[in-house]
Design a protein around this ligand. Structure first.
Ligand code: DX5
Ligand code: ZN
Length: 228
């Protein structure tokens, strides 16, 4: 699986979202953080803005829903055209049914784990998913420090993916930057969300290129990737 870089618009200027999407041309996906002020202590945007953003950019949207009751709300994001919809394991009541519904509506189905949520109870569920998101900060805000203590979970998840020979993508989100992306890639991540490390720079497109180069170089030497 090729490395993918997904800039998070949480660190962009919300009044100029269409321009900010253009500013990261070359990115694989635009990462859109939906927060409801209940699942996390922050409030961002919902379906109407996602719908407008889809019309304003050719880059597919990777919607990360940090909301309660995703069983009720997540399918709408697939319906309006998000390419990938991520719900949180901690919030979903029936994750298998929800993942199937998202896929049936034409989007990739993805599940996220907060830092304290282990991967092991979800091993049997992985074939139902197109991507697994391991949070490397507590969800809610951009610009936090990367949690190195998540690296063993990334490694264990990569082992599960390899053992079951699954086409699952492994995304990391939170504190991913030039300083930390190589550790993530070495541990087994292949999809990298970066907010402040992209939009906090003068040239967001160059930041995407440089993060990609770092992740690709590390992946090329990573034992987990060489085995394939
Ligand atoms: C945090 C969000 C992230 C956030 C990452 O809860 O899920 O997507 O935008 O921001 P950085 O890359 O600045 O940590
Ligand atoms: Zn996110």
């Amino acid at each position: 699986m090729a490395v993918q870089i997904n800039p998070s618009i949480l660190s962009a200027d919300f009044a100029r979202l269409a321009d900010e999407a253009q500013a990261v041309k070359g990115a694989d996906w635009l990462h859109v953080d939906v927060m409801d002020n209940h699942f996390v202590p922050n409030l961002t945007l919902g379906v109407p803005i996602v719908e407008s953003l889809i019309k304003a950019t050719d880059t597919p949207l990777d919607c990360h829903l940090m909301i309660e009751d995703p069983d009720r709300w997540a399918p709408q994001y697939a319906e309006v055209g998000a390419g990938s919809v991520t719900f949180h394991a901690e919030a979903a009541h029936a994750p298998v049914r929800l993942a199937r519904e998202i896929r049936a509506k034409g989007a990739r189905a993805s599940m996220a784990l907060k830092p304290a949520t282990p991967i092991e109870p979800f091993e049997d569920l992985l074939p139902e998913l197109d991507m697994l998101l391991i949070m490397t900060v507590e969800p809610g805000f951009g610009g936090q420090s990367f949690l190195d203590i998540m690296l063993p979970k990334i490694r264990r998840t990569r082992e599960l993916i390899s053992r079951h020979n699954l086409p699952l993508w492994l995304q990391v989100d939170g504190g991913v930057s030039a300083e930390t992306i190589e550790r993530c890639a070495e541990a087994g991540a292949d999809v990298f969300v970066a907010g402040s490390a992209v939009y906090g720079t003068d040239d967001p497109a160059a930041a995407v290129r440089s993060l990609r180069a770092q992740a690709e170089a590390t992946t090329a030497r990573a034992p987990w990737a060489c085995a394939h």
